[in-house]
Design a protein around this ligand. Sequence first.
Ligand code: ACO
Length: 332
Amino acid sequence: MYAAFRSIGAYVPEKILSNSDLETMVDTTDEWITKRTGIKERHIAAIDETTSDMGVNAAEKAIARSGLSKDEIDMLICATISPDYFCMPSTATIIATKLGLGKVMAFDISAACTGFVYALNIAKAFVESGMKKNVLIVGAERLSAITDYSDRGTCILFGDGAGAAIISATEDKSKAIIDVHTGSDGSFADLLMTPNGGSGSIHDELDREAAGCFMQMKGNETFKVAVRTLTNDVVEILEQNNISSSAIKHFVPHQANYRIIKAVGDALALHEDQVVLTVEKYGNTSGASIPMAINDIYESGRLQEGDLMLLDAFGGGLTWGSALVPFAGKNI
Ligand code: ACO
């Protein structure tokens, strides 16, 4: 049995936070943000819109496009670092119930911006083992809830949104996900973290202050490790599978920073039309960024059945992952 990438969906909240809006909030300029990151705007969830709400909207689209009925979905994984509730219940169980999926196995994973690639790898393993037939994977983030809007080093980067995909069993090897690589290195944990609120922090009066529950990032150090790790990772997965970069129809990297994407694309000698870019309009949506980008090329008609995608992600943990994925479409 093989695992195929069957359908995609995404949801973007309505409200836009532009670079000029941020100019009124912190000491920054549209020029600096555009030049250093490529981001022009990001979307922000409404006050009463939760991570699970956004995940549900993305999942409804992925389900409708899969041709499956909801009772054929037998597992749900949600990748998020901005869950509705920090400890329990998981956002996945809430999404499953709001979707009306019945009593499926549902759980969250925490791998920051690599979350969707980790979820893809888990789904692939469950499907290939024969334990599950149709796994719904969701990357959903309300990063605005954990962003410090007085810290210009981070608040310019992040946005909200969700993406979802269905991974289904197939006997047709030509439609199968070719390979997924995932890794981590906790010795870099301090590069990107929300220091307080977990069981690792001391729960005195100070720790409860909101500031410690916001994301903190050593941006410049993260940038350098990101370029190195992302490049090594994609070179390795292509070499190990004997696939040349010219065979990649769509390179879909995590959308953190245009300069990081450009550096990795150049290292692979990719043409501009092979590289999928959404960072300009969505910013960094962490675990949602890759499925939101895949949905963009799907909705614009660029993604066709059989197209080979190369996914590449990097994030807090540190974590990283890459995947070689043909888009199977619903006729599997
Ligand atoms: N506006 C104006 N100036 C700024 C801003 C801002 N928004 N932010 C920082 N600066 C200043 C700094 O204070 C510094 O000033 P100084 O030279 O006087 O000290 C100067 O700009 C340069 O700062 P750097 O941090 O060196 O800027 P850099 O070019 O590295 O860009 C950025 C910062 C955009 C954050 C970049 O480092 C980056 O994208 N890092 C990687 C992010 C990433 O990939 N994260 C992983 C995934 S996220 C996740 O997992 C949740």
